[in-house]
Design a protein around this ligand. Structure first.
Ligand code: GH3
Ligand code: MG
Ligand code: MG
Length: 437
């Protein structure tokens, strides 16, 4: 999803400067440009209200000081922070600028990092931040050289939540215990275990293997680079490094990981209801089944089918039927409480719930809770017509402690058989699979 971008007005009569500013800023801000003071003032007379203005001083026509005076005189624009961007570097101009009410002052030629830092600083008091702290992706920097850490902090902190580790051991501890970072920047030679040891451990752990790792190292020889990349590093950067290049490479990796996440999310969810889809259900059941065998723990499974759903479609139309299906997911979700529990759309009007580590008794309790809640919930919100639509579900419940010989397929088959039993026995009920089947 696109982030909100603060609107920013840049005013400069040099089109090259405008182009350069746009190239840097458009990614983060909603940029509008004016090539004269007059044009800027005209724009600001409309509904357009930027969160910040970058203003050149020397311009043909009205100069920057004349523009800011008018802005500060007008109640509609006087709160907008103005940053002067100019080649006047003397302290006198600086003083005058401050007297006119400019919030900050940047010298041309500007470097990208100080420009961005300056803008972010002055946008912060606004309620709309460029990227809120919670939404910022996180980067873990692992290096035993404090200078490297401080340089990285300077370039990355406007865009990422940063954490640091000064050894490989500390890095591993952080990613096991705390929230996983979105990306790791890793040195190779560290005090204790090396960066290569660290990446090996990260790549074998299912929970961490997809975190992109960028090596940042003074080992510039080909052998090291080849080894780093073949161990699964996303990138390999030599020290001494150009800060801007590091920032861009981090950004590229973040872009890739975001795309990957979107694709994963889309491929796992059912578009109509937002529940997990059948494919994900199959994968997860397989995973939980094997886990249950390893731990000799029990696993519960429910298959639910809406009663007389064809009647709902025939009476109210297919679209209403769709809304009922969507609602049902929201009704069922709160009935399953454990983090490992999983609700998926199994087929058309059928859903399945996996309950790992749950005994038979618990499995039946959850099934009964779902049945009761669905029965009690009116499905009349999102559509026209006065009828309150109630639906009920029949549920097949099953539970086992899987042994190496027992098959998942027969476990699922028997759960489905229990569902048919519930239908046969009169619907709106829970039937439990028999161990004899
Ligand atoms: P029973 O109580 O025996 O389950 O009867 P039923 O009418 O629910 O069962 P049946 O298998 O005869 O019909 C299932 C219905 O579910 C038919 C189909 O139109 C409807 N259905 C399946 N998928 C969707 C869907 O995505 N949207 C809508 N609106 N209806 C669906
Ligand atoms: Mg059905
Ligand atoms: Mg049905």
């Amino acid at each position: 999803m696109e982030n909100y971008k603060n609107p920013v007005l840049v005013v400069d009569d040099d089109r090259l400067i405008i182009a350069a500013l746009k190239a840097i800023l458009e990614e983060y801000f909603e940029i509008q440009a004016a090539t004269s003071g007059e044009q800027a003032l005209a724009m600001l007379k409309t509904n357009y209200k930027p969160d910040l203005i970058l203003l050149d001083i020397n311009m043909g026509g009205l100069n920057g000081f004349q523009v800011i005076r008018q802005l500060k005189d007008d109640p509609a624009t006087k709160e907008i922070p103005v940053v002067f961007l100019t080649s006047h570097t003397d302290s006198r101009t600086k003083e005058v600028a401050a007297n006119f009410g400019a919030i900050d002052y940047l010298n041309k030629p500007f470097d990208e990092t100080s420009l961005l830092n300056c803008m972010l600083k002055h946008l912060k008091p606004n309620k709309k931040e460029v990227v809120s702290v919670e939404n910022k992706p996180s980067v873990l920097m692992v290096d035993d050289d404090i200078l490297i850490i401080s340089t990285l902090t300077k370039i990355l902190s406007p865009f990422y939540n940063l954490r640091t580790a000064s050894s490989g051991e500390e890095c591993l501890k952080i990613i096991k215990k705390e929230q996983k970072p979105d990306l790791i920047i890793l040195d190779i030679t560290l005090g204790g275990i090396t960066g290569f040891d660290v990446i090996k451990q990260i790549k074998v752990d299912y929970e961490t293997k997809d975190i992109p790792i960028i090596f940042l190292t003074s080992h510039t020889n080909r052998g090291y680079e080849e080894q780093g990349l073949s161990l699964g590093a996303a990138d390999y950067i030599h020290k001494p490094f150009v800060p801007e290049i590091v920032r861009l490479r981090v950004k590229n990796q973040m872009h890739i990981i975001n795309q990957l996440r979107t694709i994963q999310e889309l491929s796992l969810t059912d578009t109509l209801t937002g529940a997990f889809n059948r494919r994900y259900f199959d994968d997860r059941l397989d995973l939980e089944w094997r886990r249950a065998i390893r731990h000799e723990s029990s696993i519960g499974l429910l298959i639910l089918d809406i009663d007389d759903f064809k009647w709902v479609n025939d009476n109210y139309g297919h679209l209403v039927g769709d809304i009922v299906l969507k609602n049902l997911v929201n009704v069922i979700k709160p009935c399953i409480s454990r983090a490992a529990d999983l609700l998926a759309r199994w087929g058309g009007e059928e859903f399945a719930v996996i309950l790992p580590g749950t005994h038979l008794e618990g499995t039946v309790v959850v099934a009964e809770r779902i049945r009761e809640t669905v029965e009690a919930t009116k499905n009349s919100q999102n559509y026209k017509g006065n009828d309150d639509i109630y639906v009920t579900v029949s549920i097949g419940a099953n539970n086992t402690i899987p042994k190496t010989g027992s098959t998942m397929e027969s476990f699922v088959y028997n759960t489905d058989k229990a569902l048919y039993l519930a239908k046969e026995q009169g619907k709106n009920r829970v039937a439990v699979a028999s161990e004899e089947w």
